[in-house]
Write a protein that binds this ligand. Structure first.
Ligand SMILES: NC(=O)c1ccc[n+]([C@@H]2O[C@H](COP(=O)([O-])OP(=O)(O)OC[C@H]3O[C@@H](n4cnc5c(N)ncnc54)[C@H](OP(=O)(O)O)[C@@H]3O)[C@@H](O)[C@H]2O)c1
Length: 332
């Protein structure tokens, strides 16, 4: 992993879809990693992806990718129903794994992966990239420094109007479609970052669409002690994507989109007192990749900023909400 004098994780990218392209592009901005190999279900797609991103090695199968002895860490960018098998494939080959959100379709699947990773002391992390973005790191710092007093309320929404495509991954139950798993994980994870992953109670409403998956939803999480989170998500509804964190002495606005923020504002008693600007040139996926590199270099098997127990608890929460809605995916 040391190339020249620099520590660099040699990444293997598993799949060649939309998010895999974003991740590969952003790896060029990562100080401690490089895109070394890609694996696809077809040689043609792997070759095209490798050409586009200047990746030296292109594998025609996921198996060949994870068994490439030069690969240190595998990034998984397949649709959610395949995450469990893909992650286990990579872990069984002894690789560190960064797996797209949602980690898996349900918490039972994640428990299997986590158990394997822990038993074999292998690194595993959910690709909840927003957690590692500088503006959200600043939000955590402001809260820890009591800059808004005691936090009472989090508001976060994420929604966009996807085209009507019943076969595509966003609306197709066979590909884990639906708003809660695709976008809902973001506001739930954001609230978890602030209040922890164990609300005392959860209330929800949902609009189930024609394909049998949730097109948009609202969640109200209550944590006791006057703390609550109001969260919305949708894949057929455009929504504002700013997040708000209200405390007894002030509030924070995560500007633009809390999933991919470029700035955050701190207010005290209604007055703007500090603005944080992130002038990065990357889209933002380099930060999660760098976190993996930092953890591997430090000999950690989990990221302290998002532990596996937290990812598991968040997924259990989503299981609970889906159970209330009666939303069961094929194979569950
Ligand atoms: N972090 C983010 O900002 C973000 C954004 C979008 C999506 N995501 C997550 O990333 C995952 C993939 O989303 P995406 O939008 O990139 O999907 P996508 O464009 O449809 O790509 C998925 C890729 O997975 C592979 N794949 C393996 N089995 C497949 C199957 N049966 N059907 C379709 N594809 C299959 C394919 O690659 P090969 O043909 O090369 O095998 C395909 O190109 C999802 O879990 C999603 O939640 C994250």
């Amino acid at each position: 992993m040391t190339i020249g004098n620099a520590y660099k994780v040699k990444w293997g990218i598993l799949s060649t879809g939309w998010i895999a392209h974003q991740f590969a592009t952003d790896l060029a901005h990562a100080s401690n990693g490089l895109a070394y190999a890609v694996g696809s279900r077809s040689q043609e797609s792997a070759d095209e992806f490798a050409r586009k991103h200047g990746i030296p090695v292109a594998h025609a199968t996921y198996e060949d990718l994870v068994n490439d002895p030069e690969v240190d860490a595998v990034y998984i960018g397949t649709p959610h129903p395949f995450h469990k098998d893909n992650a286990l494939l990579a872990l069984r080959a002894g690789k560190a794994v960064l797996c797209e959100k949602p980690f898996t379709v349900n918490s039972g699947e994640l428990e299997e992966i986590v158990a394997y990773a822990r038993e074999h002391k292998l690194f595993l992390m959910e690709a909840m990239w927003s957690r590692y973005l500088p503006a959200n790191v600043k939000v955590r710092e402001w809260i820890a420094a009591q800059r808004i007093g005691d936090v009472r309320l989090v508001k976060a929404d994420l929604g966009f109007r996807a085209d009507w495509n019943p076969e595509g991954r966003l609306l197709n139950p066979a590909l884990g479609g639906g708003a809660l798993l695709d976008v809902g994980i973001y506001p739930v994870s954001f609230a978890s970052m602030i209040f922890g992953p164990h609300p005392e109670s959860v209330a929800s409403t949902v609009h189930m669409g024609e394909t049998g998956v949730d097109e948009h939803f609202s969640l109200l999480l209550s944590y006791g002690g006057g703390k609550s989170a109001s969260l919305n998500g949708g894949v057929r509804l455009n929504m504002m994507q700013e997040a708000y964190v209200f405390g007894t002495e002030g509030h924070i606005v995560v500007k633009g989109s809390f999933v991919n923020p470029r700035s955050a504002e701190l207010y005290a008693g209604g007055e703007l007192v500090e603005t944080f600007e992130d002038d990065r040139t990357s889209t933002g996926y380099a930060f999660e990749a760098e976190e993996v590199g930092r953890c591997l270099q430090a000999g950690l098997t989990e990221s302290p900023a998002l532990t596996l127990d937290e990812s598991l608890a968040v997924l259990k929460l989503l299981d609970q909400v889906r159970a209330e809605w009666g939303l069961v995916y094929p194979g569950e």
